[in-house]
Design a protein around this ligand. Sequence first.
Ligand code: SAM
Length: 281
Amino acid sequence: MAGDSQGVLYVVGTPLGNLEDLSDRARQTLARVDLVAAEDTRRTRGLLSSIGLSRPLIAYHEHNESHQTQRLIAELERGKLIALVSDAGTPLISDPGLRLVSGCLAAGIRVECVPGPSALVAALSICGIAAERFTFEGFLPRRTAARREHLEALRREPRTMVFYEAVHRVKPMVTDLIAVFGPDRQAALARELTKLHESLDVATLAEIGARLGESIPLKGEFVLVVAGAPEASGSSDEVEAQRIFQLLHTELPATTAAKLTAKITGISRNDVYRLTRMEKD
Ligand code: SAM
């Protein structure tokens, strides 16, 4: 840690659910700082009291970020040590903090990380889907049209994709994923990571969609990991035929979907079956 005369912003990762995941270094940092900037002060007070600490807290969330950033930078310039925490996981990962961190860097204030859990890394580490290269998509737009448009842009994304979603939107989101990526794309739904009811379902998007609200309760917090698009094999016409078939097959039986795909693309129905590896009914 830096000397006391110099202000430092510590960006501290906190548990996703299991309090034992708070690192020793995070404890020591929280015990040492003059001020903790917290997304939800009540929640952070609970975390601090669970480890026998009481520190001055200041609310720092999306609605007061701009005003509080100036205030916190002024404190740091006076030599204060400040910790930034979010409700759970790592600040700035779909959480507030960007203005403060970039403001500190611009003002020449030291920023140190005290790394901890993040739901996206936790999910990737257990889902068995390639994690060498991935794209973190965070929360998708709330409105269906905007969400589909966003997903369309990812249709040929070859890297693994990681999404966050709130419980009441997870089912419509999976429906949209099926419509754009097809029902057979491999995926994993991680729920309540590190908590009592942690669960992981690794299956196709269609299977996950069918399990949601059945064997997967619509409760808690979710991370969805989706495998990247397979290397496009064949001509662009064939790739397009596969996409059209998959889209139609989310609503129609395979025979009708194949017939329509053949009509739309001019590719023979047998070739549509071959390309999509479907058995003829
Ligand atoms: N900063 C956090 C991080 O580092 O993961 C993410 C904060 S974001 C506002 C909250 C979202 O993260 C939830 O909607 C969910 O998608 C995911 N999440 C957080 N905790 C989780 C958990 N224990 N299990 C599964 N997903 C979780």
